[in-house]
Write a protein that binds this ligand. Structure first.
Ligand code: S3P
Length: 449
C-alpha cells in the first residue's frame, strides 16, 4: 500500500530514441525552504517554479497550520505571508508530513525554539525513519521530544520557552540535520554554530543570507563552520526555484542508455553541492554538455544537452557522496548498462532514506539479471553493457519515489519490460514524470489490476 492511497503498478519497456526537451519541475530542497523561510519572514514572499509535488504541498499545509498564509496563485507561482521568526502559532491538528524527511526535519527545527507544542506524523515510510539525528541537537536548544521507540514518528516536540544558542558538530553528513539546527538557531538569541565535516547541499545557508540573516561560513580544521546570528528580522523575497537536478537525473540517464537519444533539459541547478552525479556520468563517458551557464535565483544553472552514450564503470570517489546522495539509485541503473564494474562506497546514509536504497536497488537489479555485491556501506554493480540487461521482473518500490523512477528508466533499455509494484510515490517529487517521459518517447504505462 502506498502511504497516501491505492498502489499504482507501472511497467516500462524497451523504448525508441528519446527526443525533445524535458522541462523537469522545481527543486524539492529549495521549494521546501522557500515555504518555511517565507513563513518566518515578515510580509509577502513570492515563489515561482515551486515544485507542486506531494512532499512540498505537505510543507505548505504545515506552514498554514503554524499560522502563515500560503496561497497557490497558479502556474507554479505561490505567495507566503510570513509571521516572522518566533511568530509561529500552535497548530490545532497533528502535522502530517507525508513521505517527506526534509519537510518534517526542517519544520521541527523551525518550531523547536518557539514556545509551542506540535505533533508530527507521516506515511509508513517516514514513520520508520530516524528523527533522533534532529531531536538530539534540538534538545540542546532546550526543546523536548516525545516519539516512538528509536526516535520515530509520530512525535511531539515541545518548543523551548527560553532557547539558548548551540554549537553543534553534525555527526552524519546531512543537510537536513544542518538545516534543522540553523532554522532552530533563528529564534535563539546569540550565535548558533553548526560544523559539518563534509559539505552537504547549501541551500539553507544561501537562502538565509538572501532573506537577510547574518550568516557566515568558514573552512576550519574541524570542517565547514557556519555561524548564524539569531533573532534577525527576515525580509520577504522573490524566489525563482531552479529545476531539480535530482529529478533531471531520470530523463538524463534514460537518454544516455536508450540508443539514438538526444534530449535537452533546460535550467537545471548546477549547484556544486548537488551536481556529483553529472561529474560521475561524464567520467563514465557520458556525452553531456552544459550550455548557457548562468545564475538564476541565487543558484548556478545550465541547460543540459544529453546524447546516448556507451559508458564504462568507475569507482565513485567516496567524498562525492554528499553531492549525489539521492542519485545512487539511478546511477546503479546506468552502471548496469555500462561496460565493467561500478563501485559505490561510503553510502550507508542510503539505508535511512525513504527506504533502504542499497537493499532496494540490489534486490531489483538482481531480479532483472544484474550481478551485484553489497555491504553495509557500499554497492557494486557488474555492468552488462548496452542492451545486456535481461529485465523481465517486478521490482518493489518500498514507498520510495526514486526507486520507482530508477526501475522505470531501467525498463526503457532492458530486453524485457520492467515493472514496479507501486509508482504512486513518484508524485512526491516528480508528479509529471510519466507524461514527460512518454512525450520524449518512453514506453511507460500504468498496469490495470
Ligand atoms: C535534503 C537532504 C538530503 C536528501 C534529501 C533532501 C534536503 O537528506 O537526501 O532528499 O533538502 O536537505 P539528508 O540530509 O538526510 O542527507
Amino acid at each position: 500500500m502506498s502511504g497516501h492511497g491505492t498502489p499504482i503498478p507501472m511497467t516500462s519497456a524497451r523504448s525508441g530514441p528519446l527526443k525533445g526537451e524535458a522541462r523537469v519541475p522545481g527543486d524539492k530542497s529549495i521549494s521546501h525552504r522557500s515555504l518555511i523561510l517565507g513563513a518566518m519572514a515578515i510580509g509577502e514572499t513570492r515563489i515561482t517554479g515551486l515544485l507542486e509535488g506531494e512532499d512540498v504541498l505537505d510543507t505548505a499545509k504545515a506552514m498554514r497550520a503554524f499560522g502563515a498564509e500560503v496561497n497557490d496563485l497558479g502556474d507554479g507561482e505561490w505567495s507566503v505571508h510570513g509571521i516572522g521568526v518566533g511568530g509561529f502559532a500552535e497548530p490545532s491538528q497533528v502535522i502530517d508530513c507525508g513521505n517527506s524527511g526534509t519537510g518534517v526535519r526542517l519544520i521541527m527545527g523551525a518550531m523547536a525554539t518557539q514556545p509551542i507544542t506540535a505533533t508530527f506524523t507521516g506515511d509508513a515510510s517516514l514513520n520508520k525513519r530516524p528523527m533522533g539525528r534532529v531531536t538530539d541537537p534540538l534538545a540542546e536548544f532546550g526543546a523536548q521530544s516525545f516519539g516512538r521507540s528509536g526516535g520515530r514518528l509520530p512525535m511531539t516536540i515541545v518548543g523551548a520557552r527560553e532557547p539558548v544558542p548551540v554549537r553543534y558538530v553534525v555527526p552524519v553528513p546531512s543537510a537536513q540535520v544542518k538545516s534543522a539546527v540553523l532554522l532552530a538557531g533563528l529564534n535563539a538569541p546569540g550565535k548558533t554554530v553548526v560544523i559539518e565535516k563534509e559539505a552537504t547541499r547549501d541551500h539553507t545557508e544561501r537562502m538565509l543570507q538572501g532573506f537577510g540573516a547574518e550568516l557566515s561560513v568558514a573552512e576550519t580544521d574541524e570542517g565547514r563552520e557556519i555561524t548564524l546570528t539569531g533573532q534577525p528580522e527576515l525580509s520577504p523575497q522573490a524566489i525563482a526555484v531552479p529545476r531539480d537536478p535530482s529529478s533531471a537525473a531520470f530523463p538524463v540517464c534514460a537518454a544516455l542508455i536508450v540508443e539514438g537519444s538526444e534530449i535537452t533539459v533546460p535550467g537545471v541547478s548546477q549547484n556544486p553541492t548537488r551536481n556529483g552525479l553529472y561529474t560521475t556520468l561524464v567520467e563514465m563517458g557520458a556525452d553531456i554538455t552544459f550550455e548557457n551557464p548562468r545564475e538564476e535565483g541565487g543558484e548556478p544553472v545550465a541547460d543540459l544537452r544529453v546524447r546516448a552514450s556507451l559508458t564504462n564503470g568507475i569507482e565513485v570517489p567516496t567524498d562525492r557522496a554528499p553531492s549525489m546522495i539521492d542519485e545512487y539509485p539511478i546511477l546503479a541503473v546506468v552502471a548496469a548498462l555500462s561496460e565493467g564494474t561500478t563501485t559505490m562506497r561510503g553510502i550507508k546514509e542510503l539505508r535511512v532514506k525513504e527506504c533502504d536504497r542499497i537493499d532496494a536497488m540490489a534486490r531489483g537489479l538482481e531480479a532483472c539479471g544484474v550481478r551485484i555485491e553489497e555491504d553495509e556501506d557500499s554497492l557494486i554493480v557488474h555492468g552488462l553493457g548496452r542492451g545486456g540487461v535481461p529485465g523481465g521482473a517486478t521490482c518493489e518500490s518500498h514507498l520510495d519515489h526514486r526507486i520507482a523512477m530508477a526501475f522505470m528508466v531501467l525498463g526503457m533499455a532492458s530486453q524485457k519490460p520492467v515493472s514496479v509494484d507501486d509508482g504512486a510515490p513518484i508524485a512526491t517529487s516528480f508528479p509529471v514524470f510519466e507524461p514527460l517521459m512518454a512525450e520524449l518517447g518512453a514506453q511507460i504505462r500504468r498496469d490495470n489490476r
